[in-house]
Design a protein around this ligand. Structure first.
Ligand code: FES
Length: 124
């Protein structure tokens, strides 16, 4: 069902686990399957994402998409990270089965949630 690249990343995903010093956390659930995705970001005072990690009970598609998404946003500004398109992640993975696309959206949505939470906390 998955291509070689997806399977390879799944065997050794990067950025896995909670981050103790994260200053932005996002959490979303997948309505289709009930799985949960959490994203942890460390954002510096210039608005640049210095580090990102994830934790999920989701499937292989969710795990590999999150690994790639974290790779892609580290070093970006939060404004730039919000522009991340899910199709970019899928393209890097060389495609995902159609019925797994909804799993790959979790990382992007959790990143958006984390940045929204960060902005809310900044205003306090
Ligand atoms: Fe739940 Fe993929 S089946 S995240």
């Amino acid at each position: 069902m998955y291509n070689e690249k997806v399977l390879e990343i799944f065997k050794n995903p990067k950025h896995v686990g909670a981050m103790a010093d994260a200053n932005a956390i996002g959490k979303v659930g997948n309505v289709a399957c009930g799985d949960i995705m959490q994203i942890f970001l460390k954002i510096n005072n210039k608005g640049i994402i210095e580090d990102a990690s994830f934790q999920t009970f989701g499937c292989a598609a969710a795990i590999v998409s999150s690994s790639i998404a974290c790779d892609m946003i580290i070093g970006r500004t939060i404004e730039d990270a919000l522009k991340l398109e899910n199709q970019e992640i899928i393209d890097i993975l060389g495609g995902l089965p159609n019925h797994k696309i909804h799993c790959s959206v979790l990382a992007k949505e959790a990143i958006e949630d984390a940045i929204n939470n960060y902005r809310k906390n900044e205003k306090k």
